[in-house]
Design a protein around this ligand. Structure first.
Ligand SMILES: NC(=O)c1ccc[n+]([C@@H]2O[C@H](COP(=O)([O-])OP(=O)(O)OC[C@H]3O[C@@H](n4cnc5c(N)ncnc54)[C@H](O)[C@@H]3O)[C@@H](O)[C@H]2O)c1
Length: 446
């Protein structure tokens, strides 16, 4: 099929590359000319495992192209996919300006029948809004062209995006017409082989499904962080509690890890946007509000442990930070807990020596050059001359450090484990103080 993707971010680029890989002719349109130029040269602007090979191979095979020419993009696709950003507006609602800009572009240039597929995360009712926007552009130029708009929310995870796209858990299609569903079923057939993954519904339910999924995941995280904070106070170890409850199949082991708070480009904005939608419809979303409030507080947790250990005197101290990306296997630092920690450390007068396996370029772009930040070339270099180590992102490379070496290199041998990846007994046996999230032992180290 001939498919056009609007937006070449995490969702658009990955979807475009995967659709090209299974034989479709894919054109990716973006308004960011520098990004399009880089992609056309085979440079991938984001870190996503497996993506670079996929983009290069399909670009070379002539199945995947990049352009800023929206008119050419509209002309190319029988299926037009919207995968642009929906960042939070000042009031927390989703900013639909990019989605509606694409809808206007489609309406302005559409020359033949097309199926418009929205993959961006959007409030309930956006399919209808996109339909009206396209229709009014068509009416303005007196064109009568058949088109349909469907919701097809994206569930890929950064860091696993290619795998998720190739083997999705489910493919949600929110459509009013059988024909639209059939066309998308044909498009997604290569990803839907060993069992039925397609769930069809009306567009409004599909739009809400995406928010409900992210809100549920964020709720699990905030719930576990709340339990961790209780565990800390009562002298229990949340890691034991986690195993104890995860073995109940009704609860499960997935996504019940306490930590330094959730970040990324999706959970924070989607929980907020869903809350906003609820309020707009006269409903007070108490759980969503609590999920957000617990997360905001949790992002201060590591800083508070550090400040408590040093008796509130952090001026002149140097803290090594391992991990800047909001989670492993990505260079994305949007809303990352590391940013909250660095901010608090700087406000308290501390110096930071930071290392991340993939996000150093992103950190340089966000923070620029500042006297209180040293971006280091390796995890080892980050701890050299530092008083303490804080682990913020659980990259595999951080899981098994030589604790004896850390004890020697750190001026004040202490580890703040924001992801509970270490065994407190092992760290303490090596002569370092240990603080985790919600671990009874962290009270002993204090
Ligand atoms: N990142 C994720 O893990 C993820 C997962 C599922 C769903 N989503 C949702 O998918 C959407 C896209 O997210 P993302 O992370 O890929 O965004 P992103 O910010 O990485 O990329 C968005 C891209 O759209 C481009 N763009 C903006 N306006 C445009 C226009 N008028 N025409 C063409 N291109 C335009 C931007 O230049 C940018 O390259 C959001 O609604 C997001 O919530 C994201």
């Amino acid at each position: 099929m001939r498919v056009t993707l609007f937006g070449t971010g995490y969702v658009g680029l990955v979807t475009g590359a995967c659709l090209a890989e299974v034989g479709n002719q894919v054109c990716c349109v973006d308004i960011d000319a520098a990004k399009v130029a880089r992609l056309s040269r085979g440079e991938i602007p984001i870190h996503e495992p497996g993506l670079e090979d996929l983009v290069r191979a399909n670009h070379a095979a002539g199945r995947l192209s990049f352009t800023t020419d929206a008119q050419a993009g509209v002309a190319h696709g029988e299926i037009l996919m919207i995968a642009v950003g929906t960042p939070p507006d000042e009031d927390g609602s989703a900013d639909l300006s990019h989605v509606l800009a694409v809808a206007r572009t489609i309406g302005r240039h559409l020359a033949g029948p097309a199926l418009v597929v929205n993959k961006s995360t959007v409030p309930v009712g956006t399919v209808a809004l996109v339909r009206e926007t396209i229709a009014s552009e068509l009416a303005a130029r007196g064109a009568a062209i058949d088109f349909d708009v469907v919701s097809n929310p994206e569930f890929l995870k950064e860091g696993d995006a290619v795998k998720d796209c190739m083997r999705p858990d489910r493919i949600v299609i929110g459509a009013d017409s059988v024909d639209a569903v059939e066309r998308l079923k044909r498009l997604y057939a290569p990803f839907n082989r060993n069992r039925e993954r397609i769930v069809t519904m009306d567009p409004r339910s599909a739009e809400l499904t995406k928010y409900a999924a992210n809100a549920m995941l964020a709720t699990k995280i905030s719930f576990m962080n709340e339990m961790a904070n209780i565990a800390e106070r009562v002298g229990a170890d949340i890691e034991m509690v986690r195993r104890g409850i995860g073995s109940d199949p009704r609860i499960g082991h997935h996504f019940i890890y306490p930590g330094a708070g959730y970040g990324g480009s999706c959970f924070p904005k989607d929980v907020q946007a869903l809350g906003h939608t609820a309020r707009e419809h006269g409903y007070e979303p108490r759980i969503l509000d609590a999920v957000e409030a617990v997360n905001r507080r949790q992002k201060d947790k590591l800083f508070e442990l550090i400040a408590r250990h040093f008796g509130g005197r952090l001026a002149g101290r140097t803290i090594a930070v391992w991990g800047l990306a909001f989670k492993p296997n990505t260079d994305d630092m949007r809303e990352a807990p590391s940013r909250a920690l660095l901010q608090r450390l700087w406000e308290a007068g501390a110096q930071v020596r930071a290392y991340d396996p993939e996000a150093m370029g992103e950190a340089r772009r966000i923070f620029g050059t500042r006297a209180d930040l040293t971006l280091c070339d390796s995890a080892q270099a980050a701890v050299d001359g530092a008083d303490a180590l804080a682990v913020v992102t659980e990259w595999k490379a951080f899981w098994s450090p030589d604790f004896a070496v850390l004890r020697e290199r750190l001026r004040e041998p202490v580890i703040f484990d924001g992801r509970n990846i270490y065994d407190p007994g092992q760290v303490e046996a090596a002569g370092l103080a240990y603080y985790g999230i919600g671990r009874g032992r962290s009270l002993r180290s204090a």
